[in-house]
Design a protein around this ligand. Structure first.
Ligand code: TYM
Length: 350
């Protein structure tokens, strides 16, 4: 049997609801500069423009083994990072995914909408599973289906993420469109857009310009963690792999120089400017001159975030209060969506 082509379902959505932002981060290890520039920095900005829902993805976390006694603490750490990077719990809705059961409920329905062939194409599963996919959890395979439910249970229209999540967002659109089609509910779900613009969308490892900066890289020198102190940040920048050539005048000159491009991109993202502007300032200078400037900038931006996270984590009860309040507000939106879905599907309990 041939697999249905997702393309047949895509097309303009007739969704007419309000714009909503939704995104999340997994509580699986230290947050790093890539998470900050690819995602967190955008959350804080968007909250003032569009109603914003930001959660900690603890259901996703257990697709790989997590120590039960530590998981709650890991969730609080991500919540502290959200707050320390500028999310205001009075403005944005901040919560833990496991506190809103509607995510998992909608994910089951979506498991029956998504096609195996669509999931077989997901590159992140292939990267994570490697050669031994039979040893991975079924959850890791259907992970992007739960991600689609995370977004669509709020009928969110904008999803700020790094480049590595683009394919998952395409799948989310395909699931939304097929659901709307199969249940004869045009425009019921929006076709959400991934917000990946800007130089921070793909931050690479400081040790290898061809690998993404990642929580799971065994080398701690490959990334700057949100909790690193000033000395550690400076040292990691100084040790970052580079090449012997000076910085070029235009971005074209970074072609084939992955490490150089990465450091220029990091500078641009941290300074809130563009690669072209960074090169206009530093063209002709070598990394001996550029790295100390980058280190100073990274310390100035990241240092206070780490300090604020440590301060917030001293009061776990306050973080729990914020997450509890966020969960109530999130459920007030998610529950009616699931009630409508149950009616559309024809469930007995609807
Ligand atoms: P996670 O926890 O792996 O990463 C959190 C966010 O950080 C971004 N990111 C990066 N951006 C730039 N450069 C990098 N090197 C880099 N590494 C990570 C990711 O793109 C992400 O935006 N599946 C998601 C969590 C999730 C989610 C969702 C996101 C679950 N449900 C619904 C949006 C909407 C994840 O594992 O992110």
């Amino acid at each position: 049997m041939t697999e249905p082509a997702p393309a047949q379902f895509t097309g303009p959505s007739s969704f007419v609801g309000p714009d909503r932002v939704l995104s999340g981060v997994q509580p699986t290890g230290d947050l790093h500069l890539g998470n900050y520039l690819g995602a967190l920095v955008k959350f804080a900005r968007l909250q003032h423009e569009i109603p914003t829902f930001i959660f900690v993805a603890d259901l996703h976390a257990i697709t790989a083994w997590q120590e039960p006694a530590k998981l709650k603490g890991q969730v609080r750490e991500i919540a502290a990072a959200y707050l320390a990077t500028g999310l205001d719990p009075k403005v944005a809705t901040i919560f833990a995914q496991s506190a809103v059961p509607e995510h998992a409920e909608l994910a089951w329905v979506f498991n029956c909408v998504a096609r195996l062939g669509w999931l077989d194409r997901m590159t992140q599963f292939k990267d994570k599973a490697g050669k031994h996919k039979e040893r991975e959890s079924v959850g890791l395979y259907t992970y992007p289906v739960l991600q689609a439910a995370d977004v669509l249970v709020y009928k969110a229209t904008k999803v700020p993420v790094g480049d590595d999540q683009k394919q998952h967002l395409e799948l989310c659109r395909d699931i939304a469109a097929k659901f709307n089609h199969d249940f004869d509910a045009p425009g019921f779900f929006p076709l959400p857009e991934a917000l990946t613009q800007g130089p921070g969308a793909r931050i690479m490892s400081l040790r290898d310009g061809s690998a993404k900066m990642s929580k799971s890289d065994p080398s701690d020198n490959s990334r700057i963690n949100l909790t690193d102190d000033a000395d550690t940040i400076s040292q990691k920048v100084r040790k970052a792999r580079t090449d012997p050539d000076p910085l070029p005048e235009t971005a074209d000159g970074l072609e084939g120089r992955a490490e150089a491009r990465n450091l220029v991109g990091i500078y641009a993202a941290l300074a809130g400017t563009t690669e072209a502007q960074v090169l206009a300032e530093y063209a002709g200078q070598g990394f001996g001159a550029f790295k100390p400037k980058l280190a100073d900038l990274a310390v100035a931006v990241m240092g206070p975030i780490g300090a604020e996270m440590r301060r917030l984590l001293d009061d776990p009860a306050e973080i729990d209060r914020i997450l509890g309040d966020g969960a109530d507000r999130a459920r007030a939106i998610a529950a009616p969506t699931v009630a409508e879905v149950k009616k559309l599907v024809g469930f007995w309990a609807g």
